[in-house]
Design a binder for this molecule. Structure first.
Ligand SMILES: *[C@@H]1O[C@H](CO)[C@@H](O)[C@H](O)[C@H]1NC(C)=O
Length: 434
């Protein structure tokens, strides 16, 4: 359990933390430091409480990206997520009860040069709030109680994977009613499978009436052939009737199926739209020169209606509501990976064809360029609505928070207005410019 009782913890730990902050303030001797920490403990330091001018996306100097800015940080740059240890591949979803409070989950970084006897990847998490512009744990970081699984399906150069223990690369996200986690673990169906579980079973989600539970225990997800020994990055999506589906792949061919409550999957539905989708992907995604570059799925999905919640006549309907996800173009040169994220929209009803793709990838404000070709490696892993209660379905004036790993060792996030994230989308149906 992440926290048995947040209130009790606050009562116990609150005075101690204030004492600590008082002594820290002596070191820092800045009144502001103390004020911001105490006020954040009292809940007045949510990112949204900072009034600032909205910065629209701008084309970068090399015209290859759109730089996108945080809706809350004073300088518009991304913020750090601190677990108190080296953790990457972060996810954040709003706490079901408290404003300005999130569950954060990520993967513990293991130093490859230090041999620890039972060292294996752990998915860990905590409850977090913003303090001085950094999202950090306000309770102890704990391993998610996910059972390790074993496999006899690893063959050839994948044989080493059978030695993996426990969950990897988890994605935590909201469905229409409740949160889920998808993670990689050794499989019975293939060597390294994707698994799904009701996230409420892993943390203390006590403040919400229980809705019917899908995947009360970790459930392996099969997929129709062709599949690989190592399966990664699946995401779930819900159609216009809130029926569950699972999306396996986006490039060079999409793959997705209906998902049943017992984890069984239907046939691959993608062939019905292959022709349309391949044309659209080819048009907006870069050409891949060779095996050092690839395009793959990155985040979970969200549903978005393309008008503003605040507008009186904004109403969700089939013609303005889509499934949104982020995919990444990866390049790997000189032993260094770089990822360029693109937003993808597709229809929320059969045959779920692609609707639009970002014309240029997103440059997360704060990402740096170094000498030569190299830029910071930022690997986007999750996209969730920032605010409590939005769950799966948001609007252009809601804020999306992207979680990303930083050089495979640290975690950070950026909260971007959904309308900005969809800046300059290329429609699949748009006539080609001559
Ligand atoms: C939480 O946020 C919502 C929306 O901004 C607001 O209406 C509500 O009063 C807040 N609740 C508390 C306890 O601050």
């Amino acid at each position: 359990m992440i926290v048995r009782d947040l209130k009790r913890l606050t009562l116990l730990v609150g005075p101690l933390v204030i004492l600590l902050l008082l002594s820290a303030s002596l070191w820092h001797s800045h009144n502001d430091y103390l004020r911001s920490h105490v006020s954040s403990l009292l809940g007045y330091n949510g990112p949204s409480s900072v009034a600032r001018v909205h910065r629209k996306p701008v084309l970068t100097a090399d015209k290859k990206h759109y730089e996108m800015f945080s809706a809350s940080t004073p300088d518009g740059k991304f913020f750090d997520i601190r677990f108190g240890k080296d953790v990457f591949n972060p996810n954040m979803i709003p706490h079901p009860k408290f404003n300005d409070t999130w569950f954060i989950v990520g993967q513990l970084w293991n130093d490859p040069n230090v041999e620890i006897p039972d060292s294996h990847a752990h998915e860990v998490g905590c409850i977090a709030q913003f303090m001085n512009g950094v999202l950090m744990c306000i309770d102890y970081i704990q391993a998610l109680p996910i059972e390790a699984t074993s496999t006899d399906k690893c063959e050839g150069d994948m044989a080493y994977i059978s030695f993996n223990v426990g969950p990897h690369d988890a994605r935590v996200f909201m469905g229409p009613l409740s949160p889920f986690i998808i993670y990689g673990s050794n499989g019975g169906f293939t060597c390294f499978s994707q698994w799904v579980q009701d996230f409420r079973k892993l943390v203390d989600w006590e403040y919400e009436l229980w809705t019917p539970t899908e995947f009360a225990v970790g459930t392996e997800l099969a997929r129709p052939p062709p599949f690989f020994q190592l399966e990664k990055n699946y995401f779930m999506f819900w159609d216009k009737d809130d029926e569950m589906h699972i999306h396996y792949d986006v490039y060079p061919k999409r793959g997705f199926s209906k998902l049943e409550r017992d984890g069984k999957v239907g046939p691959n539905l993608a062939p019905k739209t292959t022709e349309h989708d391949e044309k659209c992907l080819k048009r907006y995604m870069p050409e891949l020169p060779g095996s050092l570059e690839s395009i793959h799925q990155a985040t979970n999905s969200l549903k978005i209606t393309l008008c503003k919640r605040a507008d009186k006549d904004c109403e969700a309907h089939a013609g303005n509501t889509y499934i949104m996800t982020v995919i990444q173009h990866k390049s790997y040169y000189n032993y260094h990976s770089e990822y360029e994220p693109y937003v993808v929209l597709f229809q929320q009803r059969a045959p779920f064809e692609l609707y639009a793709i970002s014309k240029k990838p997103i440059w997360i404000s704060g990402r740096k360029r170094h000498e030569g070709r190299k830029t910071d490696m930022m690997y986007v892993t999750s996209a969730n609505w920032m605010d409590r209660g939005v769950n799966y379905h948001g609007y252009l004036d809601d804020v999306v928070v992207l979680g990303f790993g930083y050089e495979d060792r640290h975690s950070a996030g950026i909260d971007i207005l959904a309308g900005d994230l969809l800046h300059d989308m290329g429609l699949c149906e748009e006539p080609e410019e001559s």
